[in-house]
Design a binder for this molecule. Sequence first.
Ligand code: NAD
Length: 403
Amino acid sequence: MTFDHVQHFIRKIAPLANLSAAEIKLLETPIHIHKAELTVNGKKYPAYRVQFNNSRGPYKGGIRFHPEVDEDEVKSLAFWMSLKTAVADIPLGGGKGGITVDPKSLSEKEMQELSRAYVRAFADHLGSKIDIPAPDVYTNGQIMAWMLDEYEKKVGHHDPGMITGKPLELGGSLVRDIATALGGVYVLEEAIKKLKLKGKSVVIQGFGNAGMNVAKLLSDRGFSIIAVSDSKGGIYAQQGLPVDEVVTIKEKTGSVQNYHSGKKISNEELLTLTCDILIPSALSSVITEKNADKINARIILELANGPTTPTADEILHRKKILVLPDILANAGGVTVSYFEWVQNRTNYYWTAQEVETRLKEKMVTAFHKVWDSFRDRQYDFRTATYIHALHKILTTEKIRGRI
Ligand code: NAD
């Protein structure tokens, strides 16, 4: 996803959302783009923190370590975070960070040094009331712990709410590990009620944090997981797969394809299997104009970010497939990050049950808010979700007098 796509998207949606020229300009302009060059063992790494919009609260968004990270990508991701926090109705804005690095080329010591260098470079722009990072691609709880430590050294006091996705010992939240999948399940359950869908067959692409957890949660709720996949390929069993056994095989051998029973299939075949619910939980742009016509699902739950291309989206809409878009479907992660921040700031920690109850309330409410605006069906559910988010941002911008 490039920033050209973001601008194209805003301009496409502008007439449907009745956006003025000033509103369009505001929506496509990030508030700050911070850049730095980090040095570790003599090597230099470009680093970014883009603060896109903070009209609804402090900037919020992950930090990505990846060789393809650049300013354009970080800017686009920061824009989508502004929409995601608006849809989830949490009092936070949108930001994103990244370092252009192949993390596999670094030792653990270098990784720690790079994480600390990132915080030293951007510390003045971070903080629990300013901008709150979190993990993203190739960053994790350990990296958040090093970053928190470096930040607290610099400011000279505790501020665990300056970053989320931390280990529990440093103020992380219970349920954060399964939050994206669980949030998706809550949204899916509401959509199923609306469509009065009786079938319960599920196909899942990707078997990592999002995919594996959604498989477990749905299987526990009586759904039949008929196919799953990872980067090596997939397995399929019409009668349903025993999810616990597949999880064990994945953990022991590294791939779901080593499960002894079921038919081996490719990731392309998996996407076109006949099922009730299809859950892309791996990469972006996997449902395209090439395969959208062959998709045989009633509902698509986008746990991955950006799995459907705009052209594919139009085909799916014509086929009357309900797409629950990423900024709603996978907002459970950032919602529990918000809960982590609340717990850090009040210094009072919730039980897993409390987190789950509050997550459910947030996700169900978010789904119905969008569904209600979608009822007249002039456009698809994704467009309704985007318009809802953009209007929320513009409302606070107007109340503040910024436009
Ligand atoms: P992960 O690294 O834990 O898992 C990714 C999975 O995708 C792995 O099982 C991997 O084998 C599989 N995969 C990689 N290449 C593949 C391919 N070509 N075909 C099929 N599968 C392939 O990542 P994750 O945290 O589960 O994230 C997955 C998606 O969900 C990403 O798009 C991410 O941006 C999105 N997401 C995750 C979270 C979260 O909290 N984890 C939150 C919001 C969005």
